[in-house]
Write a protein that binds this ligand. Structure first.
Ligand code: ITT
Length: 196
């Protein structure tokens, strides 16, 4: 089950922001990494209502089509005062053009004066071509600010200040974001379980 130097791992994602972060997190392990986006494998419809369900669906889809071990990341922003929304719908709130300034604006309008606690969630699913699978989850708690601040990162980064900091993720360098990110935390578990 362990992955070792030179093993092929296909990242089941079409999101370039995620892809960059995942490639950086995995670079020390010298795996042979490619992505479903790069291989021209279309995106499956995300029909599940949990992060784990959608992560499994995406990784299974890519493992079946490539015959290689595949890793999917299903993630999103769960806003406590909005009963966890946008949650698994985080990408959809960006609309067909994936416009996250619009999505951030929607979150801010719905929140109004309510408490601004939020959690970024990342669930990783690894699926082998024989159907075996493993799931890993990471979270980052923080506060939503308005107006948005910063230009780096992607998605909802410009409105999220992680606990213990005063800057949004979009005001940090990629390495600074990894200190507290939900994705880093999920990858720590992934690495412990599956990497030599
Ligand atoms: P793939 O399914 O192809 O990987 P996607 O963007 O559709 O790409 P998700 O369904 O998991 O991925 O949606 C996650 C959304 O949550 C993503 O589009 C971002 O808007 C947001 N998101 C996830 N992680 C984030 C992060 O680290 N910083 C900011 N926003 C994030």
């Amino acid at each position: 089950m362990k992955l070792k130097v030179g093993d092929t791992l296909i990242l089941a994602t079409h999101n370039s922001g995620k892809l960059k972060e995942i490639q950086a997190l995995l670079s020390p392990y010298r795996l042979n990494i490619d992505s479903s986006g790069n291989l021209g494998i279309e995106e499956p419809e995300e029909t599940e209502n949990t992060f784990a369900g959608n992560a499994l669906l995406k990784a299974e889809y890519t493992a079946t089509r490539t015959g290689h071990v595949s890793l999917a990341d299903d993630s999103g922003l769960a806003v406590h005062s909005l009963d966890g929304l946008p949650g698994v719908y985080s990408a959809l709130w960006g609309g067909p053009d994936r416009d996250f300034s619009m999505a951030c604006d929607k979150v801010n309008r719905l929140l109004g004066g309510k408490p601004r606690d939020a959690t970024f969630v990342c669930v990783l699913a690894v699926v082998w071509p024989d159907g075996t699978s493993k799931i890993f989850k990471g979270q980052s708690n923080g506060q939503l600010v308005w107006p948005t601040r910063g230009e780096s990162g992607f998605g909802y980064d410009s409105m999220f200040v992680p606990k213990g900091d005063t800057r949004t993720y979009a005001q940090m360098t990629p390495i600074e974001k990894t200190q507290t990110s939900h994705r880093t935390r999920a990858f720590q578990l992934f690495k412990k379980s599956l990497l030599r």
